[in-house]
Design a protein around this ligand. Sequence first.
Ligand code: BES
Ligand code: MN
Ligand code: ZN
Length: 510
Amino acid sequence: MTSRPEIVFEPLSADLEPTVVLLAGDDVALASRARELDQKSGGALTKAAEAAHYKGRKKSTIEVLAPPRLGNANRVILLGTGKGSDFKENDWVLLGGSASGAISARKTKTASIIAEAPETGGIKPAQLAALIAFGAALRHYEFRKYLTKPAQSDDETTEPDGLKKLVIHCADPDKARTAYARYAALADGIVTARDLVNEPANALGPVEFADRVKALEEIGLEVEILDEMQLADLKMGALLAVAQGSVRPARVAIMQWNGAKSKRGKPVVLVGKGVVFDTGGISIKPSAGMEDMKGDMGGAAAVVGTMQALAERKANANVIGIIGLVENMPSGTATRPGDIVRAHSGQTVEVLNTDAEGRLVLADLISYVQERFKPRLIIDLATLTGAIMVALGKEYAGLFANDDRLATDLLDASAATGEKLWRMPLDKAYDKMLESKNADIKNIGGRYAGSCTAASFIKYFVKDTPWAHIDLAGTAMDAPKSEISPSWGAGWGVRLLDRFIADNYEKADK
Ligand code: BES
Ligand code: MN
Ligand code: ZN
């Protein structure tokens, strides 16, 4: 749900749009084109900066009425990088987001960013331009689908339709355009994930969600939707126990992308919790804040967004995404506390709290994919526990893994993308907390370590496959606003997974 501006790459020397962003280093150090523009205007830019005591500190801006002889430009925004020498990839993405934010605040139809900085931390010019463009694209997101009024027009300078075209001026536009292609795919995936999370549950039930996934066949994904009859035939008793209180039937969506040279290579499997709304079921949640539970499908959204990005950029890897779509409702047909259900694996689960539903959905999907796909590894993503926010707040998602290599690879992807992960423990002591007298396992542990016992429950259904579980309850929804995300649903996880796959499973067609 966005009116992403058209992003075009042009040479540094090209004509400027009316609003221009220039990057300024420490003490307003300017790169070549910016310096040239300053000189052309008789030093007006640097003089204005000096008058305002502007120092070019990271993320700081000043606006200068465009001096004469700068073509179409009517205002220039200086955006500080501070010392750019220690910038990593993601810093440039964030800076692109800041530039985009500064532009949107000016309500203009077209704008220029001069993607050049005095110090770049060793990043090549084309890559720099692509990263800035990526950040700008991510920032430019709004979920306005249900607003019948146009964007507020508080004065006549307001441009209700927003930015239409963003010109990125850079040294080698052809190269930058090529470098940007993968980021454009990634941005598309992130927007899809955000849209899915932001969408209210009345509009996005399991069936509607599945329909949206099916539509991704258009970009080359193979999509299979399993309905309730098929799920019952597959004996997914745990997943169906969550869905049975709702009038809206469950679905499971399977997306396949076979982009590796060897189509028979074992796939990476991504599993997502897709609870379209979590009332808690009979163990009903308190009403305050319950509306947030429309986002309890953030794991599924991240999986779908990632699969879309992989397909759009034609990733050289075999990846399967599977999501369990259910609604957790209290009703006369709902699962009761104390009910014992049989999971796909054949194992029995005593459901002591119907609000611990996500793990039931994941249990069936994980046992199913092991049997059907023999994955090389499994990563599940789920808005699984409130407790992960008690532990880590909204900055970090929790990472649990039964395999150190996999954990390290995910932590590396996390460091590169800025989607933060913190590793949490698995331990026999947590397994013990799930022992039940009446069934093989119960679905809740004790009072403490809620995220760890949740992970331990999922682990119970993992055989000897490398597996990681990411609890993104804090990061997927009601996310902190940032330079690159103004959205309640952040689309968190798409960058992380895309990077994890790119860095570990595409390089030598392993
Ligand atoms: N979907 C919730 C977890 C959640 C809470 C996500 C808040 C985002 C924000 C999950 O299904 C849940 O209800 N978990 C329970 C588990 C408990 C019953 C053991 C929880 O965290 O309280
Ligand atoms: Mn719940
Ligand atoms: Zn839930």
